[in-house]
Design a protein around this ligand. Structure first.
Ligand code: NAD
Length: 251
């Protein structure tokens, strides 16, 4: 289905990003997986054919420009761009200092902007492209106790919606995927931090998160990957500027 396509997935060495990278690679795409940890990326690439590791910090302008230029030189224009890298942590607004706020924005929002901007010229030249931002249900509603994360994920949706208007009729579509709590390191780490902050057990913290998922269970990374695959494959070219919630119900 995706033979001959070059895809880039940021944060592609773990969790949702890795599941998307594997799904794209299984359909014949050559997939550059970008992230900060070379060992994690190399292990992921060694385990799955058609994955290529790229060490890159999405919050750093020149790291993104140089990294994506190197991937394009090696495998051709990136025509599938998945802006997935992100961090997630709750912190009350009054406990949020500017440095922490900026770190959240730098990775989640600036990272998506820099990644997409670097891939766009190649898509324009090819006359075809798929841009996906992995936002969150926190991109479409307010997540209690997480104002910085929520603002960064709303920002990603604004970016996608605006760009989708600019890309009308070009063969390039831009969409956001908004998962609810998904079974990855982010949930494991958040269980620990919610339990500590709220003075509750890990099981109670997990129950709190499960209650936010409308079907009462964690989403599997593969469920998010299947939605991404559909948006990158044939048959979805009229889907543009959308936010697809993978949340068990309405977020
Ligand atoms: P994860 O921690 O496995 O994935 C995040 C990836 O981003 C990691 O590989 C990490 O190394 C990478 N990353 C972080 N900072 C980076 C940087 N500066 N440069 C490059 N890479 C960087 O967790 P995940 O759940 O797979 O998260 C993937 C995306 O999904 C994130 O954007 C997250 O906000 C979003 N999301 C996750 C959930 C969830 O419950 N797991 C729900 C909604 C949205």
């Amino acid at each position: 289905m995706l033979q001959g396509r070059h895809a880039l997935v940021t944060g592609g060495g773990t969790g949702i990003g890795l599941a998307i990278a594997q799904a794209l690679a299984a359909q014949g795409a050559q997939v550059t997986i970008a992230g900060r940890r070379a060992d994690v990326l190399q292990a992921a690439a060694a385990a799955t054919p058609n994955l290529y590791p790229l060490t890159m910090d999405v919050a750093d302008d020149s790291s993104v420009a140089d990294g994506i230029a190197a991937a394009i030189a090696a495998r051709g224009p990136v025509t599938i761009c998945i802006a997935n890298a992100g961090i997630a942590e709750g912190r009350a607004l009054t406990k949020t200092d500017l440095a922490w706020w900026r770190r959240m924005m730098a990775i989640n929002l600036d990272g998506a902007f820099l990644t997409i901007r670097a891939c766009l010229p190649g898509m324009r030249e090819a006359g075809w492209g798929r841009i996906l931002a992995i936002s969150s249900i926190a991109g479409v509603r307010g997540l209690k106790g997480a104002p910085a994360y929520t603002a960064s994920k709303h920002g990603m949706i604004g970016l996608i919606r605006s760009l989708s208007e600019d890309m009308l009729g070009t063969g390039i579509t831009c969409n956001a995927i908004c998962p609810a709590y998904t079974e990855t390191d982010i949930v494991t780490n958040n269980t620990t931090s919610i339990a500590r902050r709220a003075g509750i057990s890990q099981d109670q913290a997990l129950d709190l998160m499960l209650s936010a998922n409308r079907h009462g269970r964690l989403v599997a990374p593969s469920e998010v990957a299947q939605a991404a695959l559909w948006l990158c494959g044939p048959g979805s070219s009229s889907v543009n500027g959308q936010t697809i919630e993978i949340a068990g119900g309405q977020a």
